[in-house]
Write a protein that binds this ligand. Structure first.
Ligand SMILES: Nc1ncnc2c1ncn2[C@@H]1O[C@H](COP(=O)(O)OP(=O)(O)O)[C@@H](O)[C@H]1O
Ligand SMILES: [Mg+2]
Length: 225
């Protein structure tokens, strides 16, 4: 049986926003169990709440009601310092807009999270750099890299941290077809090689079809497609 601590579980999750123009409920009573070594797609129309769901699953944003479990730990019942440790040690996120740190070069960006969470492993990072074909770009500043190169650095940074669960929010949304394929294959390789849970938000059905479980967010509910 797969170990419990490798799982993230969303239990009866609802999310509403309250603004000057009233309240909006994005979704309610969402239940998802993310299991180790499995890859997931989250699909749905623009504005339906995919990114918000990803932020809730990764502990970045709190649900309006319901519970998020990291293994046995009820995330929002923990003290803030322990929540931060779980985010740092167990999760990594890849964003559509890369979010590299502009004043660090590519190598420093790649090593950033792994140096903070004490999982810095030079051999492992060298292998990632090689896999992602980043060797000749290590001294470059983010602003001098193309979109595809920046995303590969962002992926290397996420992988270097050795997360148990890797979240990616439209990771190929800003890339051409060639780089999209490269990036997706990288993510799938990592998922299998290191048993990392992979959760990819996408509106591409072609990408979703490459992942093992496809979850659709529609009419405030999540269902398996
Ligand atoms: N902090 C917030 N306050 C108010 N509305 C928000 C907030 N975050 C997201 N929303 C709204 O929730 C909706 C869903 O957003 P999002 O999760 O980004 O959808 P998706 O990723 O599916 O496009 C959008 O209409 C967005 O404007
Ligand atoms: Mg989004």
């Amino acid at each position: 049986m797969k170990p419990m601590h490798d799982q993230i579980k969303l239990k009866n999750i609802s999310k509403s926003f309250y603004t000057n123009s009233g309240s909006t409920e994005l979704f309610n009573d969402v239940n998802i169990n993310f299991c180790s070594s499995t890859s997931y797609a989250i699909i749905g129309e623009s504005g339906v709440g995919k990114s918000t769901l990803l932020h809730i699953a990764s502990g970045l944003e709190s649900p309006t009601s319901g519970e998020v479990f990291f293994g046995e730990k009820n995330f929002w019942s923990l003290r803030a310092s322990n929540q931060s440790l779980l985010r740092l040690n167990e999760t990594a996120i890849i964003f559509q807009q890369y979010n590299l740190i502009p004043c660090l070069n590519a190598k420093e960006n790649i090593e950033f999270q792994s140096r903070i969470n004490n999982k810095h492993d030079s051999d492992y990072i060298s292998a990632i750099i090689q896999d992602l074909q980043l060797g000749r770009l290590l001294e470059e500043w983010p602003e001098n890299l193309s979109g595809g190169e920046q995303q590969r650095v962002a992926i290397a940074r996420a992988l270097a941290a050795q997360p148990k669960i890797l979240f990616a929010d439209e990771p190929t949304g800003s890339l051409d077809e060639k780089n999209s394929k490269l990036v997706l294959n990288m993510l799938l390789n990592i998922n299998k090689k290191y048993n990392t849970i992979l959760v990819v938000v996408t509106h591409s059905l072609a990408i979703a079809s490459k992942l093992e479980v496809c979850l659709e967010l529609k009419s405030k509910k999540v269902s398996t497609k």
